[in-house]
Design a protein around this ligand. Structure first.
Ligand SMILES: Cc1ncc(COP(=O)(O)O)c(C=O)c1O
Length: 425
């Protein structure tokens, strides 16, 4: 794209050359072939600046918090900077951002705190479509005598059955746990409606945004959810998890914590010493996304606006990749496609698709593709309710092809050519 085009307010096409230059891992080769990273839902690659920020923390700022000396003050700044970055990323206040090792651990901590106020006869609602990290932490609470209901899917396109979801939310429902996007098949759920239904019944709403975060902008204020969790390693950052909680909920609930640790927000939710180096990397990841937005919309005034601009161009690029991928896959004989395949409905999905192919287990497909330098996932990727519901759990699950904005049309074509070759064998 020319620089004159970038000065206009039109978002233009993703500057894929610049994007790919940011990610050193994309330069790797396998058996002489460039590596193709179609494993994004399992974890994305990171820009050089994230690597530098993590290493830089150790060179200049490594210490524990709240000490009366330079490196400790720098560490405090890193933590404050990471909260500010996530506040821009999620559109919330910095004291509503809780850090932890990963989404699963944060969700288990939250479920334990929620469990303290539940009583026998209370209900919770989970879904068939979700990763188990948004199922088991709630099912664990059955030991307190609560009932967990499960909203079903429409099997034909792996979308959430919103009628079933609505029917299963009752006056006794205390929490509705829904994923924003399905890590196995890419469905984007109508989370706004799920939150509305939950609140109408007097229930809290928890959103798992782990799979959605690399693909779409998050606005917790607009969504009005009580809680939302995501993982930085899925949106170009390091391995750590983030929990948003509405201030009043974070204040009201009682997390399990040490006496010596602060009762202030959000500290009362953060157990032990945080991963400071990864928080430094997280700031860099959010700044990468913002810089991507600024390249395409230089007139943006704030980091939040730059993040929104980035997701506009990311969505557009991923949409065209998904169209190419799905069109190509549907032409391959002996292939079963799970999820939304209607090209008019690409807004309802991420560029994550799941397939099976006659004559090959998902593991065999992933292995053969891996040998050819194409990285995909096989199995259930912890979306175990879904693989059971689809009847594929005992036969290897599905092959998941998960794209990110740093992928290209040429990479999609390479995958399709390989799959066509395998289909004929
Ligand atoms: C949709 C979804 N939710 C939750 C998780 C769990 O995240 P974490 O690894 O941060 O615990 C994953 C991980 O793959 C996921 O894809």
């Amino acid at each position: 794209m020319s620089s004159s085009t970038k000065l206009t307010s039109a978002i233009g096409e993703l500057d894929i050359e610049w994007v790919r230059q940011q990610f050193p891992a994309l330069q790797q080769t396998v058996n002489g072939q460039p590596a193709v990273f179609f494993d994004a839902p399992g974890g994305t690659q990171v820009p050089q600046r994230v690597i530098d920020a993590i290493a830089g923390y150790f060179s200049t700022s490594n210490a524990n918090t709240h000490g009366a000396f330079l490196t400790s003050a720098r560490t405090d700044q890193v933590i404050a900077g990471a909260r500010a970055a996530m506040a821009d990323f999620l559109n919330c206040s910095a004291d509503e951002v809780v850090f932890g090792p990963n989404m699963t651990t944060l969700t288990l901590a939250l479920s334990r705190a929620v469990g303290r106020e539940l009583k026998s006869g209370d209900e919770l609602l989970v879904t068939v479509l979700d990763h188990d990290a948004n199922v088991s932490p709630w099912v664990c609470l059955e030991e307190r005598g609560v009932k967990v209901r499960t909203a079903d899917i429409k099997r034909s396109d792996c979308t959430l059955d919103m009628f079933d979801l609505q029917a299963k939310i009752r006056r006794s429902t205390r929490l509705v746990a829904v994923g924003w996007a399905a890590n196995a098949v890419g469905t984007i759920n109508n989370v706004r409606e799920a939150v509305r239904l939950a609140h109408a019944a007097g229930s809290m709403a928890f959103i798992d945004a782990v799979h959605y975060a690399p693909h779409g902008a998050i606005d917790v204020r607009a969504l009005d959810c009580d809680f939302l969790a995501c993982s930085a390693y899925k949106f170009f950052g390091p391995h750590l998890g983030i929990l948003y909680g509405k201030r009043e909920q974070l204040q009201r609930l009682r997390p399990y914590k040490l006496r010596a640790s602060s009762e202030l927000l959000p500290d009362r939710w953060e157990t032990g010493t945080q991963n400071h180096e990864c928080l430094a990397g997280l700031i860099a990841a959010v700044d990468y996304i913002a810089d991507l937005g600024r390249r395409h919309k230089p007139e943006v005034a704030s980091r939040r606006e730059a993040i929104l601009a980035a997701y506009e161009v990311i969505r557009q690029h991923e949409r065209s990749l998904a169209e190419r991928l799905i069109t190509g896959l549907l032409e391959i004989s002996g292939l079963t496609f799970y999820g939304i395949k209607d090209l008019a409905r690409l807004d309802e999905r991420t560029p994550t698709v799941a397939i099976r192919m006659e004559g090959h287990t998902p593991r065999e497909l992933a292995t053969k593709l891996g040998e050819r330098g194409i990285f995909t996932w096989d199995g259930n990727y912890y979306a175990i309710n879904l693989t059971e519901r689809l009847g594929v759990e005992t036969s290897g699950g599905m092959l998941r092809i998960g794209l990110a904005h740093y992928n290209t049309a040429e990479e999609v074509d390479r995958l399709l050519a390989e799959l066509r070759g395998l289909a004929n064998r």
